[in-house]
Design a protein around this ligand. Structure first.
Ligand SMILES: O=C(O)c1ccccc1N[C@@H]1O[C@H](COP(=O)(O)O)[C@@H](O)[C@H]1O
Length: 219
């Protein structure tokens, strides 16, 4: 099986950022959403990004953020990609991509097969489509809940390029998730934490090792 792209999201300390980069994460995510337990200030984000720069791709995660705020993150933190995890329209993604001269990961919430259709308008205005679990109904945070969905829904997808998978992944289930969904890229937050919002370096290493082992399995 070819190499699977790994993103570790919601890093908020230098130690766990170093652990993720050192373990071989392809992407590391910084969350800019004050309602999230993983939210980082701009100044902390700059310090964390400097640990990863040139070693892993830096992803700035935002939720329905206005363009001036995105521009400020772009100038100060200098991420390699932005992850849009809200209700951003295809037009807003296209505009941000041009204005910020960046690459985009667009998250699409999934609970049932019909939810997958929402991805199509974003194929031409983003570099990656990320299929994440829809949040619990009473939550005002659209991701990072450690909730899984039926990954097999993704198996029959006919998109022009590989997709990313997230939602309830952890070191113990990620190999099954890859085999069940056909994903070529995975993203994790809660599954590498010892408490809500508190990343664990050992779990990060275990997650990366589990994905790399899954790559060795013959298709
Ligand atoms: O991590 C967060 O706090 C977060 C906040 C707002 C939107 C998205 C968020 N994280 C993303 O959620 C998914 C799944 O996370 P989990 O592994 O199930 O906890 C992942 O793509 C994160 O990037």
């Amino acid at each position: 099986m070819s190499r699977i792209l790994i993103k570790i999201c919601g890093l908020s300390t230098p130690e766990t950022m170093e652990a993720a980069v050192d373990a071989g994460a392809d992407m590391v995510g910084l969350v800019f959403f004050p309602k999230s337990p993983r939210h980082v200030s701009l100044s902390d984000a700059c310090r964390l990004a400097d640990i990863a720069r040139g070693r892993s791709q830096i992803v700035a995660l935002s939720v329905d953020m206005d363009l001036p705020s995105l521009q400020r993150i772009n100038e100060l933190v200098r991420p390699d990609l932005f992850q849009f995890h809200g209700q951003e329209t295809p037009e807003a993604c296209a505009a941000a991509r041009v204005m910020l001269r960046t690459r985009i990961i667009k998250a699409i919430g999934v609970r049932e097969a019909a939810d997958l259709d929402a991805a199509l308008p974003y194929v031409t205005v983003s570099e990656h489509i990320l299929f994440d679990a829809k949040p619990p109904k009473d939550s005002d945070v659209p991701g990072g809940h450690g909730v899984a969905y039926d990954w097999s829904l993704l198996k029959a997808l006919d998109l022009p390029r590989p997709f990313m998978l997230s939602g309830g992944l952890d070191p113990a289930n990620v190999a099954t998730a890859i085999a069940t969904s056909g994903a070529r890229a995975v993203d994790v937050s809660s599954g590498v934490e010892r408490a809500k919002g508190v990343k664990d370096s050992e779990l990060i290493r275990a997650f990366v090792a589990a994905v790399r082992s899954a790559e060795d399995v013959k298709e």
